[in-house]
Ligand binder design. Structure first.
Ligand SMILES: *[C@@H]1O[C@H](CO)[C@@H](O)[C@H](O)[C@H]1NC(C)=O
Ligand SMILES: *[C@@H]1O[C@H](CO)[C@@H](O)[C@H](O)[C@H]1NC(C)=O
Ligand SMILES: *[C@@H]1O[C@H](CO)[C@@H](O)[C@H](O)[C@H]1NC(C)=O
Ligand SMILES: *[C@@H]1O[C@H](CO)[C@@H](O)[C@H](O)[C@H]1NC(C)=O
Ligand SMILES: *[C@@H]1O[C@H](CO)[C@@H](O)[C@H](O)[C@H]1NC(C)=O
Ligand SMILES: *[C@@H]1O[C@H](CO)[C@@H](O)[C@H](O)[C@H]1NC(C)=O
Length: 761
């Protein structure tokens, strides 16, 4: 006892001594610390990859070139504030870590603020949260009276694949030679002075680079305005904001020998705006919103201009931000969100899949309300058919029910539950001027923004789910984070490094953290496969979201979608989910750890030319499927339940000839293959191919083993058929994936749901 006590005492003394030492160092050796911190920030600030050194645009010597000397080059941001003693000390105090390894970039509006207040302590020590918001928007007005975030802002993306000078020169050589000849009026066969040509190429590259940096800075500025507005006016977490301000006051006391008081500059004093009512700011930040609700139409035809109340389907999370009426449309919308539900998007063209999905939801005993969000493009007949599928008596179950009836409640077969369908027309909610900004993929973003649930699963109309929808809200990782995502097929399509570099630049900066407590992203985001080359990373066919927790991140999605440097780097809308979160500094999201699987039946007895069986097992079909990383169960799949979703487009004679024995089984007649394509997939096994990383996915070998996990065959099923392999490569380069064999009960269950979806008796 005595010994323990004294050890404890020693610890206390030691601890106290360390604290005293730290305070001493802070108070009297701040300069040394800041000196060594400077060294750290300097190394952090320089990219370790010379290809992406953001300064190389004008690091060339152009001594002889008049053209170059007369060029006005974009001067870039003045980032000297990052080297100030206060900021470097604060970064250490708040343990801010910037792991992005890029040249620092932040909003020019912060640059403007610090130009007026070169000692950041003036702000850190004195301003409360709202005062910082006021200061921020004051500066926007100061620099441009008519500022607004323009959804049509021209942000051209040039040379996405050729950021580095070397690549640019290599890829553009022929084009440059032509331009050079034109400019110097040279003929086809005239000799080119290579030195002059090199100079010319550098000049053109500099123009390109100047433009790129400008566009990136503009992008940061636009995003920042949304991020700050949302945090200032749509997040009412007073406690967190108070804590942030308190900690900055504490910091100021530790380092401040004499804390400067905050003084508005005379320029700042000229801007007299009322930021209490955020209506006016909101219209400048979200000009594409009409500030009207969508039109909500219940299945029975009742319409209302206000989000419905779903008292029976309460969400489990208390809504901290309710009753937040500060005059903004969006904060009102947020407080009107209600309940849990399913959100579905479609146009008239996906009707058959939608009807089948609704029948499937009934078979899954779904009781959650369903909102079908559309864009003024659903006809009355379509709605009628949907309501019929959702509400007509449904008692005649397929024969396959017999084997799994014990899995359902008593009375289940007395009639499947009627669905609470609502049609949500989002057209009215988008400002007339910007209505064309949401093309087919934009629909899903609209649905995410304009449905009225607190928590929802967003599903594509052509997906098949195998769980009662409430299951998603019970996923442990969903409950922790309020956002659950699935990964796509790991097909080996890669994105250029410049994409990742751009994304990183759009993530929050340390100045965001200093000014507004917006966190920077950590390894969690930076280590995602989608940040390390994987082009098709997320599959957004099913997404589970807690809207209240992630309201601000979700609002960034449409804005990023409007911006060509994002839009042209992303296929469809898939990656906008996690990217918008990261751009908002919101890392409360989780991915199911499995990449997509193939489900079906492993092709038996595949043998190589030498008669030995392949090591790799094979499943061929056209549907990516998703397994739960918690228990390997099948959760959902894409492209409907027919073995071949494009069965109505298939040239069957051709497929009968072509299929050989390599991909599927042997068919004798057209009728046989037709039936096989139409029937629900017979789900016996699942294969998740091995994944090493985006840049290592091809392992050619002399053993005839597949080199890649996914092979696009371009034959069969209207030329859209993937084959999937359980292992790739051979010998030293053998990599093994995952095979799952489903139990008899699971297979009977899939069979039942397949029959429901397809409409078999
Ligand atoms: C910072 O770096 C400079 C030059 O690289 C060096 O001379 C100086 O000692 C370093 N300062 C500290 C505190 O490490
Ligand atoms: C570079 O960008 C700046 C800033 O927008 C612009 O004013 C300038 O004209 C550009 N210079 C060239 C040579 O394109
Ligand atoms: C950058 O800002 C600092 C501090 O506000 C100032 O001293 C410096 O002159 C500026 N540099 C340039 C190149 O404008
Ligand atoms: C039920 O399971 C048995 C045993 O596997 C099978 O033979 C039978 O065809 C199944 N019944 C139906 C209706 O699918
Ligand atoms: C590959 O993985 C499977 C399980 O998924 C295992 O049964 C098999 O033995 C593994 N093969 C090799 C060669 O490691
Ligand atoms: C899974 O099924 C495959 C193909 O039928 C078979 O080769 C394998 O042995 C099965 N694995 C297990 C663990 O049952």
């Amino acid at each position: 006892m005595k010994l323990r006590l004294s050890r404890y005492t020693i610890q206390v003394i030691l601890g106290a001594w360390i604290i005293i030492l730290n305070v001493y160092i802070f108070l009297y050796h701040a300069d040394t610390i800041s000196e060594s911190l400077k060294n750290i920030t300097n190394t952090k600030g320089t990219s370790d990859n010379e290809d992406y050194d953001d300064t190389n645009g004008w690091s060339f010597e152009f001594e002889d070139s008049d053209e170059y000397n007369n060029m006005r080059i974009y001067q870039g941001l003045n980032t000297s504030i990052l080297d100030s003693t206060t900021i470097t000390l604060y970064q250490r105090f708040a343990e801010l870590k910037d792991d992005r390894n890029i040249k620092p970039i932040f909003s020019t509006n912060y640059e403007s603020i610090f130009k007026h207040h070169p000692e950041p302590l003036e702000i850190i020590a004195n301003l409360d949260f709202q005062e910082r918001c006021d200061l921020y928007f004051q500066h926007l007005f100061l620099n441009r009276h008519n500022w607004y975030v323009n959804p049509d802002e021209a942000l051209p993306l040039e040379g996405r694949n050729e950021f580095a000078y070397r690549t640019w020169k290599h890829n553009k050589m022929n084009e440059m030679k032509d331009k050079f000849k034109q400019q110097h009026k040279l003929g086809e066969d005239d000799d080119i002075d290579n030195e002059k040509l090199e100079e010319f190429i550098k000049y053109r590259y500099t123009l390109f680079w100047n433009q790129t940096l400008k566009v990136e800075q503009k992008s940061v500025d636009m995003i920042n305005n949304l991020k700050v507005f949302n945090k200032c006016y749509l997040t009412k977490d007073k406690q967190a904001k108070d804590q942030f301000i308190e900690s900055q006051k504490r910091f100021s006391k530790i380092i401040g020998r004499d804390i400067p008081s905050f003084q508005f500059t005379s320029d700042e004093k000229t801007v007299k705006i009322n930021t209490k009512n955020c209506n006016d700011l909101e219209m400048r930040i979200y000009p594409w919103l009409s500030m009207h609700y969508p039109i909500f139409e219940k299945w029975n035809g009742d319409i209302q201009l206000h989000p419905p109340k779903y008292n029976n389907y309460k969400s489990s999370t208390p809504n901290l931000d309710k009753n937040n009426n500060n005059g903004c449309f969006l904060s009102k919308f947020k407080s009107d969100l209600d309940g849990r539900g399913i959100v579905l998007t479609l146009g008239d063209t996906h009707l058959e899949n939608t009807l089948n999905l609704i029948k499937l939801l009934r078979a899954l005993d779904n009781t959650l309300p369903i909102q079908i969000v559309y864009y003024d493009n659903l006809g009355a007949n379509t709605k009628k058919e949907i309501v019929k599928a959702a509400r007509e008596p449904f008692k005649d179950l397929p024969a396959s029910f017999e084997n799994i009836s014990h899995m359902f409640r008593d009375n289940y077969d007395h009639g499947l539950p009627k669905q609470e369908i609502w049609f949500v027309n989002a057209f009215n909610a988008v400002h007339e001027k910007y209505r064309d900004k949401f093309s087919s993929y934009g629909n899903k973003l609209l649905a995410t923004v304009f449905n009225s649930f607190e928590e929802f699963i967003l599903v594509d109309s052509d997906i098949v789910i195998f769980k009662n929808p409430n299951w998603f809200f019970d996923i442990a990782k969903y409950k922790e984070s309020g956002a659950y995502f699935y990964k796509d097929r790991s097909t080996g399509d890669i994105r250029p490094e410049s994409d990742t570099h751009f994304f990183k630049k759009m993530f929050p900066s340390s100045i965001d953290s200093v000014m507004f407590g917006i966190p920077m992203v950590s390894e969690k985001t930076l280590d995602l496969e989608g940040m390390n080359g994987e082009f098709h990373f997320m599959e957004a066919g099913v997404v589970a979201l807690d809207r209240i927790r992630h309201f601000n991140s979700i609002l960034l999605m449409p804005q990023l979608y409007f911006m060509s440097p994002f839009k042209h780097r992303i296929y469809g809308e898939k990656e906008f989910f996690w990217l918008a979160f990261a751009v908002n500094g919101d890392e409360d999201y989780e991915f199911d750890k499995y990449f997509a699987a193939a489900v079906g039946e492993i092709k038996p007895d595949r043998v190589r030319k030498n008669g030995k069986p392949y090591q790799a097992k094979q499943i061929c079909n056209a549907h990516p499927a998703h397994l739960s990383d918690a228990d390997d169960s099948l959760v959902w799949l894409n492209s409907g339940f027919h073995f071949c979703g494009k069965y109505h487009l298939v040239d069957y004679e051709n497929d009968l000839k072509k299929q050989g024995n390599r991909y599927l089984k042997t068919f004798e007649t057209v009728e046989e293959i037709r039936k096989y394509y139409y029937d629900p997939i017979d789900i016996v096994h699942a294969i998740i191919p091995p994944f090493i990383d985006a840049h290592h996915n091809d392992f050619p070998n002399s053993e005839e083993e597949p080199p890649t996990g996914w092979e696009m065959t371009h034959v069969l099923c209207h030329d859209y058929m993937w084959c999937t392999y359980s292992s790739i490569g051979a010998g030293e380069n053998y990599h093994n994936g995952t095979i799952i064999n489903f139990s008899k009960e699971e297979r009977d269950y899939f069979k039942y749901l397949g029959d429901i979806w397809v409409g078999n008796e």
